[in-house]
Design a protein. Structure first.
Length: 144
């Protein structure tokens, strides 16, 4: 009699464990579906972000081209107006080719940029004070 009660209790426990196992499998399956949905949302968001980055990159490229074109047009207009006003003065003054080249070079904008010396580190070179005065090809350094 005790054995029957004991086996009935064990089978009842076994059934409850099976039901619990089934419930946990269903929860696991639901969580896996949620993970798949979240992965898909993440993939779509990444594609959308990449598309927006591409659009921004293209717009910046077009903006640079437009600015360059605008600068070119405004420079050509300013040169045309200068040529008309200084046309008679230029006829009287004939400059040599050398002086024109020098004037052209002097009119070019200059910018400071860092230049690293050719691996000459023995003279206590300070990286923050090495500034090139010009285009970088003249080798002149200027301290900040």
């Amino acid at each position: 009699m005790q054995q029957l009660e004991h086996s009935a209790k064990l089978s009842s426990d076994f059934r409850s464990l099976r039901h619990e196992n089934v419930a946990l499998r269903e929860k696991l399956s639901a969580m896996q579906r949620v993970c798949v949905a979240l992965d898909e949302q993440c993939r779509v968001a990444a594609i959308r972000a990449q598309f927006k980055d591409d659009v921004i990159h293209e717009m910046r490229r077009q903006l640079r081209q437009t600015k360059a074109k605008l600068k070119e047009v405004s420079e050509s207009k300013s040169l045309n107006t200068q040529k008309v006003s200084h046309h008679e003065t230029q006829r009287k003054t004939s400059a040599s080719c050398d002086s024109l080249t020098i004037a052209c070079v002097q009119q070019q904008p200059r910018r400071n940029r860092r230049v690293r010396p050719d691996m000459d580190l023995k003279n206590n070179w300070d990286r923050s004070s090495a500034i090139c005065d010009g285009s970088g090809d003249d080798g002149s350094f200027k301290a900040e």
